[in-house]
Design a protein around this ligand. Structure first.
Ligand code: ADP
Ligand code: 5GP
Length: 199
C-alpha cells in the first residue's frame, strides 16, 4: 500500500533543515522528496541528497516535459518537485516527506488529499531573524526578502493540520515524531493490512 505523505513548511531560518536531517537519520521508514532547484548549493549541501542542483535551462526543460508535480519561483530561483520521485517512493511503500513552501504544500494537498501538512514555527520573529542571520550564508537583501516572505507565509498557517514550535530542537523532534506516529496509526492506513487477520 502507498506510504504516508508529510509536507513540512516553515519560514526560512526556523530550523526546518536541522529538524528534517535529524528526523531522516532516526526514522528509516521516511524518505525525503529531493526537489530540483536553480539555487546554488550552500556549503555542505550535496547534489541528489539535499536538492538536484540544475541550471535554469535544465529546470525549464523538466517543467516543459511535464516532469514536475509543482514548481515555484522564489528568492530569484526556481524550485520544483519531480513526479517520478514521488511515484517511486510511494509504490515502494515508503513514507515521503516534502520540504515545501506554502504554495507547494497546497499543490501536493490537491494531488494527494490524504497528505498531512505540518507547519513549523520559530518561537517568535526576533528569534527567526537571529537564526537566519546566524546561518551566515545570506546577503542582507536576501535575508530581508526571506524574512518578509516568512511573515507572509504565516497567513497560511490555518490550512495546516499540525503546528510545531521549534524552540528546543529535542522537543520539536519529539513532537514531530508523535505526529508521524499518530498519522501512521490512522485506521484508513492500518486496517487494510490488519483486516485479513481478523475477518
Ligand atoms: P531552515 O532550513 O528552516 O531555513 P536551518 O535548519 O538552516 O533553517 O536553521 C537555521 C539556523 O538556526 C541554523 O544555524 C541552525 O543551526 C539554527 N537552529 C535550528 N534549530 C534551532 C533551535 N531549536 N534553537 C536554536 N537554533 C536553531
Ligand atoms: P531554501 O533555498 O532555503 O533551501 O528553500 C527555500 C524555500 O523553498 C523553502 O521554503 C523550501 O521549503 C521551498 N522549497 C524547496 N523545494 C521546493 C519545491 O520543490 N517546491 C516548492 N514549492 N517549494 C520548495
Amino acid at each position: 500500500m502507498a506510504g504516508n505523505i508529510f509536507v513540512i513548511t516553515a519560514p526560512s531560518g526556523t530550523g526546518k533543515t536541522t529538524l528534517l536531517k535529524r528526523l531522516l537519520k532516526t526514522d528509516n521508514r521516511l524518505r525525503f522528496s529531493v526537489s530540483y532547484t536553480t539555487r546554488p548549493p550552500r556549503p555542505g549541501e550535496v547534489h541528489g541528497r539535499d536538492y538536484f542542483f540544475v541550471s535554469p535551462e535544465e529546470f525549464h526543460r523538466l517543467k516543459e516535459q511535464g516532469d514536475l508535480a509543482e514548481w515555484v519561483e522564489q528568492f530569484g530561483y526556481w524550485y520544483g518537485t519531480a513526479i517520478e520521485w514521488i511515484k517511486g517512493a510511494l509504490t515502494e511503500g515508503s513514507d515521503l516527506v516534502f520540504d515545501l513552501d506554502t504554495r507547494g504544500a497546497e499543490a501536493i494537498k490537491r494531488h494527494f488529499p490524504e497528505a498531512v501538512l505540518i507547519f513549523i514555527l520559530p518561537p517568535d520573529l526576533e528569534e527567526l531573524e537571529h537564526r537566519l542571520s546566524a546561518r551566515g550564508d545570506l546577503a542582507p537583501a536576501e535575508l530581508a526578502r526571506r524574512l518578509e516572505q516568512g511573515r507572509a507565509e504565516l497567513k497560511e498557517v490555518p490550512r495546516y493540520d499540525f503546528l510545531v514550535i521549534n524552540d528546543e530542537v529535542e522537543q520539536a523532534l519529539e513532537q514531530l515524531g508523535a505526529i508521524l506516529t499518530a498519522c501512521r496509526l490512522r485506521t484508513s492506513r492500518v486496517w487494510p493490512h490488519l483486516a485479513p487477520r481478523f475477518l
